[in-house]
Design a protein around this ligand. Structure first.
Ligand SMILES: NC(=O)c1ccc[n+]([C@@H]2O[C@H](COP(=O)([O-])OP(=O)(O)OC[C@H]3O[C@@H](n4cnc5c(N)ncnc54)[C@H](OP(=O)(O)O)[C@@H]3O)[C@@H](O)[C@H]2O)c1
Length: 177
């Protein structure tokens, strides 16, 4: 993918790591394949895309790029919802990876910005993939309270991207050094 972007557009200026998924596999009984899939997509793919993006920016001397991770409220606390415990662990990793990235960029004297956005429940295909073959469970989630719309998350991304260079939307203060 990154080779194709280089051939067609020279490189990457903004990377939004949005791909992510959950499987409803509890810690006490879940399938290893489900946990591996969540690790691959939510953590490893995000990390690989981040590395490739940084290398693309560096080779073109792009110093005002932006890397945005789609995190979750599950990246900051363990909600009482056992279907999401392993997913929650992957999103905690995203929180650490965002702050680690910010620190590495600072050490590299780069002005590329690192941001993670942590929505609560959003109306997407996510719960229907979480509860495969049980669409009513997904529908029930959306009846708990008024969820966010995808547009709300897109608006947050637009704000983050359009903020002036001295504004970096980043991780919670407890991760700052
Ligand atoms: N929905 C929520 O309530 C909620 C709340 C907080 C955070 N989030 C986060 O928001 C992000 C977007 O999720 P969503 O809610 O929009 O869910 P979604 O509608 O299920 O979309 C998930 C996206 O991830 C992609 N994806 C999944 N597995 C992939 C793989 N192996 N390789 C490449 N792409 C893959 C999907 O691509 P395909 O369609 O091509 O499969 C799709 O574009 C995720 O990181 C999720 O954790 C969602």
């Amino acid at each position: 993918m990154f080779a194709a972007i280089k051939a067609q557009h020279q490189g990457v200026d903004v990377c939004i790591n949005n791909a992510g998924l959950g499987h409803a596999d509890h810690l006490l009984s879940g399938r290893t394949s489900s946990w591996r899939n969540m690790l691959d997509v939510n953590v490893l793919a995000l990390t690989i895309c981040t590395r490739e993006t940084y290398q693309s920016m560096k080779e073109r001397n792009v110093d005002d790029g932006h890397i945005i991770h789609l995190n979750s409220v599950c990246g900051h606390r363990v909600v009482a919802f056992p279907n999401l415990n392993f997913y929650t662990a992957t999103k905690h990793a995203v929180t650490a990876l965002t702050e680690g990235l910010r620190q590495e960029l600072r050490l590299a004297k780069s002005h590329i910005r690192a941001t993670s956005i942590s929505p609560g429940l959003v109306v997407t295909d996510f719960p229907f993939r979480l509860f495969v073959n049980e669409p009513q469970k997904a529908e029930d989630l959306y009846n708990l309270y008024t969820p966010l719309a995808a547009q709300d998350v897109a608006d947050a991304v637009t704000y983050v991207l359009s903020a002036p260079p001295h504004v970096q939307v980043s991780c919670p203060p407890r991760f700052w050094t």
